[in-house]
Ligand binder design. Structure first.
Ligand SMILES: Cc1cc2nc3c(=O)[nH]c(=O)nc-3n(C[C@H](O)[C@H](O)[C@H](O)COP(=O)(O)OP(=O)(O)OC[C@H]3O[C@@H](n4cnc5c(N)ncnc54)[C@H](O)[C@@H]3O)c2cc1C
Length: 319
């Protein structure tokens, strides 16, 4: 559906206005109304968002955020939906998807040894990994096979095999809640394990990464090996959000879950993978409630056995 527009949000805002009218005033691009988020999430569960929109640049995004604020519509940002669990009843307001239209990769500085690359938040990590491989740039081999967008990878501080995206990040351009756009150096960003530590509501517009010149054959080989290990260890044939729980410092979550005897444990169509115990998989037609019930069961059983309370890595989108 296409909206139609006016920029005069002050004049048009007011109590009781329908979200359709309000949004049509500030967004002329494609709007998916009452769109099931199960179609945008790799767990393949979740009810509808009132509206889903796909801005193509920072200006459009800024206009949307400011407009939503002025007319009192809630909004959330999504990348590729590979680390979210959306409630069955869906979410209120507008879901703003930073996708392929927002995905430029640009070299901003080079030296004989390194290259600084700025990448828009909607670019998929897979696209950046294969671009780096083609350019013979090393640093992102660990990320081969991690689904999702650059924005999602920064927010989640995505990582594997002992490396994290924050290791190669030099700065991030942020859209703050007040509508200001800032570039923040890596040193000013409080990255921790699986989080960038920025205040809720902050949006990553792009990230700049320092990659090191290397040998293309070696980089390609390292990526292939990472992908092989993922295929061997992870249930990639079933819908999931990857590792469901964060790894506690003392022991990997998968081992704790396996030792609690939960591999293959099932509630409805949600199951603890029998291939990798830290994956909760949707074997087909699961609901978010089933996944949440299984999540709680895993937390209870693991706590009783080990005294450790597992914390979800997956972001839960509830009302
Ligand atoms: C099969 C599989 C394997 C996986 N393996 C790994 C792994 O090895 N390591 C790992 O770390 N993760 C892994 N994941 C989890 C997931 O792929 C990563 O966390 C990924 O970085 C999420 O990116 P996304 O774009 O899909 O984020 P989304 O799921 O869309 O969003 C995640 C969160 O980030 C927020 N967000 C997204 N983009 C922005 C933005 N631009 N600005 C502000 N907030 C934003 C969302 O609001 C949400 O809260 C795996 C997932 C799957 C399905």
């Amino acid at each position: 559906m296409l909206g139609s527009g006016s920029d005069n949000l002050h004049m048009r805002s007011g109590a009781g206005r329908l979200i359709e009218e309000a949004l049509a005033d500030l967004w002329q691009g494609v709007v998916l109304w009452d769109y099931p988020l199960s179609r945008l999430s790799t767990l393949k569960v979740g009810g509808p968002a009132k509206a889903v929109v796909f801005p193509g640049n920072a200006g459009e995004l800024l206009k949307l955020i400011k407009g939503c604020k002025q007319i009192g519509i809630q909004w959330r940002v999504m990348g590729r939906g590979s680390n979210i669990l959306v409630a069955d009843q869906g979410v209120a307001g507008v879901v703003i998807v930073l996708g392929p239209d927002f995905s430029a990769i640009e070299t901003v500085n080079e030296s004989p040894e390194t290259v600084l690359v700025r990448v828009n938040a909607g670019c998929s990590l897979a696209k950046l990994v294969s671009w780096s491989e083609r350019q013979a740039l090393s640093g992102l081999e660990f990320a081969a096979g991690i689904p999702g967008s650059i924005g999602g990878a920064l927010v989640m501080n995505a990582g594997a095999w002992g490396s994290e995206i924050s290791n190669v990040t030099t700065s991030i351009t942020l859209l703050e809640q007040d509508g200001q756009i800032y570039e923040r150096d890596r040193a000013a960003l409080p990255f921790v394990y699986r989080s960038w530590g920025a205040p809720v509501g902050t949006i990553a517009l792009n990230g700049t990464f320092r990659l090191v010149r290397g040998e293309r054959v070696r980089i390609a080989g390292a990526c292939r090996e990472v992908l092989r290990q993922r295929r061997e260890k992870q249930p990639l044939d079933l819908a999931s959000a990857g590792s469901f729980f964060k790894n506690p410092v003392t022991m990997p979550a998968g081992r704790l879950i396996e030792e609690a005897g939960l591999k293959g444990c099932r509630i409805g169509n949600a199951m603890v993978s029998d291939k990798h115990a830290n994956f909760i998989v949707n074997v087909g037609g699961a609901t978010a409630d089933e996944i949440k019930a299984l999540m709680r069961l895993v937390q209870e059983k693991v706590f009783v056995r080990s005294g450790i309370l597992l914390e979800p890595e997956v972001h839960i989108w509830d009302e």
